[in-house]
Write a protein that binds this ligand. Sequence first.
Ligand SMILES: Nc1ncnc2c1ncn2[C@@H]1O[C@H](COP(=O)(O)OP(=O)(O)O)[C@@H](O)[C@H]1O
Ligand SMILES: [Mg+2]
Length: 332
Amino acid sequence: MASADQLKALLKSHLEGDDGRFFSVAMQVAAHEAKLGHGKLAEELRALIDQAKARRGLPPQSGEKAIPISRPRGDLANLLTVSYPKLRLGEMVLDDALANQLNRIIREQRQASKILAHGLSPRRKLLLMGPPGTGKTMTASVLAGELGLPLFQVRLDGLITKYMGETAAKLRQVFDATDRTRGVYFFDEFDAIGSQRGLANDVGEIRRVLNSFLQMIEQDESHSLIVAATNHPEILDHALFRRFDDVLHYELPDEAHIAAMLKTRLGEMAAKGVSWKRLANTAVGLSYAEVTRASDETLKEALIEGHQEITEEDIRRTLNERQQILKRLKSR
Ligand SMILES: Nc1ncnc2c1ncn2[C@@H]1O[C@H](COP(=O)(O)OP(=O)(O)O)[C@@H](O)[C@H]1O
Ligand SMILES: [Mg+2]
């Protein structure tokens, strides 16, 4: 909350018609909330201030937070897709270990200049491993959102070609970009870098491409975040872990996490007496993505049917559907 002094200053400047002062105190309130970790509220306040200023024909004040629009050009346009996610860490359901790791990364990045001034470096080369649907891609968005950085998704389809030399040259271009434009560079399912079309059987070639990728990570001296994710940690050589500043392990949600997910997504519309615990018990084995999907399906059905409430049975049905689909996929 704003301090008493800030409230008084706001009122006073408003009553005196001192717009300049009013906006500057309002920005202080937003900054104060941001410091308290109320990122969403801070952002809403800043947006309100910018809107009000725009209406008066004034330039936006939150310029310090504004991200320069940087669209990849030329060849890079085929290799990188840029976006500006607004996602926050609070929107993820995480176990304590992961939450601590991510918080530490974000804190170190926010204080990067202090850390660098002492000859140390903030964590920024990250390896995310774990089964599909556990939040690896979401994490890349959250890091960009929390740090106000652009997210550059590296497009493997643009990167991987038949010719190893070509792939390496393209990788080089991506790593040149990390130096030029600070951002979160996300290599999703990067283990595919080694599996080039047409070379699938040549193990030596595969190793070499993957190795040159890892070398480029190691040699990168930019201030960007380099985030590599894989669903197949078992195929990775343990020696590569040391090239990263941090290795994050993602796992399927346990019952408590599933219950928390269901409750946040469906709590508002749920009928009295819905047992999240009972539901979570039937959903064990599903990923976060699958639980999210089931929740959304339940909501959609309720909307279509015009129901005001969602019952435990409604939720159980969509969760069971997901379990069935999973079972069929596994038995193939
Ligand atoms: N830990 C999580 N907390 C909340 N939602 C999650 C989490 N993990 C996944 N989701 C939901 O599932 C979707 C897909 O997850 P994603 O990040 O693409 O998984 P992965 O990259 O590990 O395969 C996300 O967009 C989000 O809606
Ligand atoms: Mg993913």
